[in-house]
Design a protein around this ligand. Structure first.
Ligand code: 5GP
Length: 213
C-alpha cells in the first residue's frame, strides 16, 4: 500500500493543527512529523511531541548538515521538517501528517512530489480574526506579524491540490480523511497496477481460449 506525506497548510488561525490532531486520533494509518522550531515552547507543549525545540545555533548546525527536507522562517522563528522524521513515519507504514507553512510546503513538495497538499480555509474573515485573537499568549506586535503572514499565506492557495473550508470541525476532518482515501486509490499510487491488470487479462484470455477450442 502506498504511503505519502499529507501537508496541511492554512493562514495562521485557520485551524489546521486541530484538524491534524483529530485526524491522527481517528486514523491508525497516519503518523505525525514532529517539526523543529526555534520558538520557545508554549504552556503545555512537550519537546519531542509537539516540536523539537532547538536553539538557533542548533537549528542552523542541523540545517548545514542537510538534515532538513524543508525549512522556513515564520514570523521571526525558524521551523523545519527533518528528513529523519519523514523516514521514521513512512518506515512505520504510515502516511506522514505535516502541519507546515506555505513556504515550507512548496519546498517540501519539490523534494517529495508524491505529497498531497491541502489548504485549510477559515469560513470567513471574522472567524479568521477571532481565531487569530484567541492566542492570548501573544503581544500586539506578534498578532500584527500573524496578520501579515496570514495575508501572505492566503495568496498561496492556488499552489494546493485541495481546499477544505473549516466551518465545522468534524466535517473538515471527514473531508481531509476522504481526500487521503481517494489519493490511496488514485491510479498512479496503486502499487503494482500493471502486474495486477496483466494477471487479470491473462486469466480472461485463457478462459476465452478454452471456450474457442
Ligand atoms: P506555531 O508556532 O503556531 O506552532 O506555528 C507557526 C507556523 O509554523 C504555522 O503556520 C505552522 O504550520 C508552521 N510550521 C510548523 N512546523 C513547521 C515546519 O516544520 N516547517 C514549516 N515550514 N513550517 C512549520
Amino acid at each position: 500500500m502506498s504511503r505519502f506525506p499529507v501537508i496541511l497548510s492554512a493562514p495562521s488561525g485557520g485551524g489546521k493543527t486541530t484538524i491534524a490532531r483529530a485526524l491522527l486520533a481517528r486514523r491508525q494509518d497516519l503518523g505525525y512529523s514532529v517539526s523543529c522550531t526555534t520558538r520557545p515552547p508554549r504552556a503545555g507543549e512537550i519537546d519531542g511531541r509537539d516540536y523539537y525545540f532547538l536553539t538557533r545555533r542548533e537549528f542552523i548546525n542541523r540545517q548545514e548538515r542537510g538534515e532538513f527536507a524543508e525549512s522556513a522562517e515564520v514570523h521571526g522563528n525558524l521551523y523545519g521538517t527533518l528528513h529523519a522524521e519523514v523516514d521514521r513515519v513512512l518506515a512505520a507504514g504510515r502516511h506522514v501528517m505535516m502541519d507546515i507553512d506555505v513556504q515550507g510546503a512548496l519546498q517540501f513538495r519539490r523534494a517529495f512530489p508524491e505529497s498531497v497538499t491541502v489548504f485549510v480555509l477559515p469560513p470567513s474573515g471574522e472567524v479568521l480574526l477571532e481565531r487569530l485573537r484567541e492566542r492570548d499568549t501573544e503581544t500586539g506586535a506578534q498578532l500584527v506579524a500573524r496578520l501579515h503572514s496570514a495575508l501572505q499565506e492566503l495568496q498561496a492557495v492556488d499552489e494546493y491540490q485541495y481546499v477544505v473550508v473549516n466551518d465545522d470541525l468534524d466535517a473538515a476532518v471527514g473531508l481531509v480523511s476522504s481526500i487521503i482515501d481517494a489519493e490511496v486509490a488514485s491510479r498512479d499510487r496503486v502499487a503494482d497496477l500493471r502486474h495486477q491488470v496483466t494477471q487479470l487479462i491473462e486469466r480472461l484470455e485463457r478462459e476465452i481460449e478454452n471456450h474457442s477450442s
